[in-house]
Design a protein. Structure first.
Length: 319
């Protein structure tokens, strides 16, 4: 196990380096001059002053030199300073946004897992019934709905028309902090984030459970007189969860993409909103640091998924 973990960590570090190289190149290939992000448009600057700023920032150097200069500083924890926020250090700024994003994703994925697994079991047990058909139709709609469309429709109906949920933010401005206020702001974006993932989990759970229910050991358990409830829960569901666990791990990256849209729509103060604002302002240091943190989270979750998969199924050995 230790050898496996060390190898996976090494591969993960190489993937992070490759990710930073790709993002760095894409930022430099974007239209426009990077130095303009550092210039206040209301303050005229002479061409000589602009060129002096370019030299001071190292933007006159070849791309490989610029990248390795950034990487050598990043490994020491120095990710530079935010252009958009008046020279604030980037790393504390990004870390302040991790908590709200993790809270939103954890709530959304928890809802998705509970609803998806439960409805998948119900759909498989009641195969070809009206309940199965209805859940399958709802799941198809959930899978085919883009995150931005779901977010906008949910905001319009539940916050604007029905007024049963706040329209944005994480807390009520000016009000003292309370768990109830936080949950009131969290429930709508978390539920909208969960829709697509719950639908996908439900389809996988249904398909996997139907396959397991046709296995010989399930028929043997029934022949021994084991109650149907325990046949489903103890014998079938655990084995049916194996592909679902892999799916849940792989959806973390997709959930991050959905969280970016949701945080923008609901003005949720997380990594997604920070990244969108940084892209709009061409705040390169924030974009690089936020991308690196998001990539590290995805790689870590995939590693934990593999370990969990091996723990659930003792037949699997990591090597």
């Amino acid at each position: 196990m230790l050898t496996y973990l060390l190898r996976r960590v090494g591969i993960g570090l190489l993937m992070l380096v490759a990710l930073t190289v790709l993002v760095f190149i894409l930022l430099r290939l974007a239209p426009g001059d990077p130095v303009t992000a550092y210039i206040n448009p209301s303050v005229p600057m002479s061409p000589e002053a602009v060129e002096a700023l370019r030299i001071r920032l190292g933007l006159n150097q070849p791309l490989p030199v610029q990248y390795f200069a950034w990487l050598s500083a990043a490994v020491t924890g120095d990710f530079g300073y935010s252009i958009q926020r008046g020279g604030a250090p980037v790393l504390p700024l990004v870390f302040d946004r991790i908590g709200p994003t993790l809270l939103l994703m954890a709530a959304g994925l928890t809802i998705a897992i509970v609803v998806g697994v439960a409805t998948g079991i119900i759909s498989a047990v009641r195969r070809n019934s009206a309940t199965d058909v209805g859940l399958s139709v709802v799941a198809s709609l959930g899978i085919s709905s883009p995150a931005f469309l779901t977010a906008l429709l949910g905001l319009y109906f539940f916050a604007v028309q029905l007024r049963i949920a706040p329209s944005g933010g994480m807390l009520t401005p000016g009000a003292p902090f309370s768990i109830g206020d936080l949950l009131a702001h969290l429930i709508l974006p978390a539920s909208l984030l969960a829709i697509g993932h719950a639908a996908l989990i439900m389809r996988y759970m249904r398909s996997s459970l139907l396959e397991v229910l046709n296995q010989d050991y399930v028929r043997t358990a029934r022949a021994k007189g084991v109650k149907e409830f325990w046949v489903i829960v103890k014998h079938a569901t655990r084995n049916a969860l194996l592909p679902v666990i892999t799916l849940i791990g792989s959806t973390i990256g997709v959930a991050i993409g959905g969280a970016i849209f949701l945080e923008s729509v609901f003005n949720w103060p997380g990594m997604g909103l920070l990244l969108v604002n940084a892209v709009n302002a061409r705040d390169y240091p924030v974009i690089m640091c936020a991308t690196l943190v998001i990539g590290a989270c995805v790689i870590l979750v995939n590693l934990l998924t593999d370990i969990t998969y091996a723990a659930v199924d003792p037949r699997i050995q990591v090597s």
